[in-house]
Design a protein around this ligand. Structure first.
Ligand code: COA
Length: 209
């Protein structure tokens, strides 16, 4: 995959901080597994349209991964989840979100290299306190600053108010896009689209000076 003359796999992705989160390029299978565990609850699976997940006790074990216990848990990771190839999408920059206060895995944000589409989620206990705004702002920063994209896109279900509000608070603006989207579980849902321009971030920073 080529992006502005560079190969995505050659891009040196860097960690970045938001006020309450650290976004870290996924380092190993445990990072992917712990991040995905944050979206295996019924609410997130409904929005994301996923239909497969590990057993509940495995999900719970993954939700308890922290920066402090990750070395040990990495060795104990079930064999079925241990292959990075199982998780990694070669045309996506995938960052695990770590809660800076407790070192817990709080969710994930990813950027599709082919079309600059940002997606992500928060683990249930990290929802409802404004971290979605930090998540989507981190996604825009990764795309603009690390992947060199001037425009970032995000699509969500029209009825996903939390996601739409978080995108808007992060500086994304309504954009054109397909009116419907088919989820991995086969449901076709009403979609709405947003875009974030590189200059919007600069303007917001200037406003704060
Ligand atoms: C989308 C997501 C990242 C947003 O996270 P969040 O910032 O914690 O979202 P919140 O619950 O704080 O909601 C954001 C805003 O929407 C409002 N909101 C949420 N649900 C609402 C509803 N049903 N009706 C009206 N307002 C609602 C909140 O009050 C909040 O308002 P504020 O900006 O004035 O504080 C998170 O909900 C999540 O991970 N969901 C599951 C997966 C998902 O939907 N991913 C996106 C798929 S495209």
């Amino acid at each position: 995959m080529r992006l502005f003359g560079k190969r995505h796999r050659d891009l040196p992705l860097q960690p970045l901080h938001t006020p309450r989160l650290k976004a870290v390029p996924a380092r190993d299978a445990l990072d992917f597994a712990a991040a995905y565990a944050g979206a295996y609850d019924a609410e997130a699976m409904d929005w994301l349209g996923w239909f497969e997940r590990p057993r509940p006790e495995v999900v719970q074990w993954l939700l308890e991964v922290t920066e402090h216990n990750r070395a040990r848990r990495s060795r104990e990771l079930p064999a079925s989840l241990r292959s990075v190839r199982h998780w990694r999408r070669k045309d996506s920059a995938f960052f695990v979100l770590v809660d800076r206060a407790e070192g817990r895995c709080a969710g994930a944000v990813s950027v599709q290299v082919k079309d600059g589409e940002v997606g992500g989620w928060l683990a249930p206990r990290f929802r409802g306190v404004g971290l979605g705004t930090e998540l989507f702002r981190a996604g825009a920063d990764i795309a603009h600053e690390q992947l060199g994209m001037t425009t970032v896109r995000a699509g969500t279900q029209r009825s996903n108010t939390a996601c739409r509000r978080a995108l808007e608070a992060a500086g994304y603006e309504a954009a054109e896009g397909p009116s419907h989207h088919t989820l991995p579980d086969g449901r076709t849902v009403e979609a709405c689209w947003y875009a974030h321009q590189a200059h919007r971030r600069a303007e917001l920073q200037v406003e704060h000076l």
